[in-house]
Design a protein around this ligand. Structure first.
Ligand SMILES: Cc1cc2nc3c(=O)[nH]c(=O)nc-3n(C[C@H](O)[C@H](O)[C@H](O)COP(=O)(O)OP(=O)(O)OC[C@H]3O[C@@H](n4cnc5c(N)ncnc54)[C@H](O)[C@@H]3O)c2cc1C
Length: 199
């Protein structure tokens, strides 16, 4: 695009310049611009009847400070077809990881993908890797299996070990809380909940 613009006979590039002022004409429309060369300070009067600002495509990823892998232009790298970044458990969606399309609909689509991937990640790791208390997590697995064995058709109340809710604490720990089943197969009271902890 840069090459095409530079080679186009109708385009004159004013390097190192900034628009200081846009002024109107007697018809109340744009009459021209005061353009200042930021190196020399010289101000040029440019008679034009149109002005378009291009804001560029710089992804706002500086705040990451290198914690996630980005490409040479600052876009977050994701595994193709997913929202997975270079750090397990961190997912990226939208324009910050989309160098090509950068549209509202694609941003929304990858946002949906990221949300689902987060959900799957939490489900998988909350049950399978209880880092802060492996014994307790093992107990949760055993208890859940036992419940499933005991309640037969009521197992559908625990589809895929889906967490009922997540609690996040100030120390960075999270708890996935699963509803226990009472004797008749219905969810039991909160006091009987099973809890899996992980970082
Ligand atoms: C002028 C213009 C016209 C467009 N027209 C169209 C169009 O017609 N159709 C179309 O489909 N798309 C259009 N787009 C593109 C569309 O707007 C984007 O693709 C879409 O908004 C991307 O969504 P996003 O959530 O990834 O990012 P954004 O909508 O940019 O949202 C990112 C948010 O993160 C915030 N943020 C940034 N850094 C931080 C930080 N460090 N901490 C906290 N918050 C932060 C920002 O303030 C912003 O609110 C247009 C874009 C522009 C600029």
């Amino acid at each position: 695009m840069q090459k095409r613009a530079l080679e186009h006979p109708n385009i004159e590039v004013m390097w190192n310049s900034a628009v200081n002022e846009a002024y109107g004409n007697e018809k109340g429309k744009l009459g021209g611009l005061k353009v200042q060369n930021v190196v020399t300070g010289e101000v040029t009067d440019l008679e034009v009847n149109g002005l378009f600002f291009a804001i560029g495509h710089e992804p706002a990823t500086v705040f990451l400070e290198g914690q996630l892998a980005t490409d040479e232009d600052g876009y977050i790298k994701v595994k193709p077809g997913t929202t997975e970044t270079s750090v397990e458990g961190v997912f990226a969606a939208g324009d910050v990881q989309d160098k090509k399309w950068r549209q509202a609909i694609t941003a929304a689509g990858t946002g949906c993908m990221a949300a689902l991937q987060v959900e799957h990640f939490l489900e998988e790791h909350g049950i399978q890797e209880g880092k802060s208390d492996p014994v307790q997590s093992e107990q949760v697995r055993n208890d859940t299996s036992t419940l499933a064995d005991q309640h037969g058709e009521a197992n559908e109340l625990l589809p895929n070990d889906r967490p009922e809710k997540m609690e996040i604490f100030e120390d960075g720990h999270s708890h996935l809380v699963h509803n226990h089943l009472s004797e008749n197969g219905a969810p039991a009271s909160p006091s009987k909940e099973l809890v899996a902890s992980f970082l």
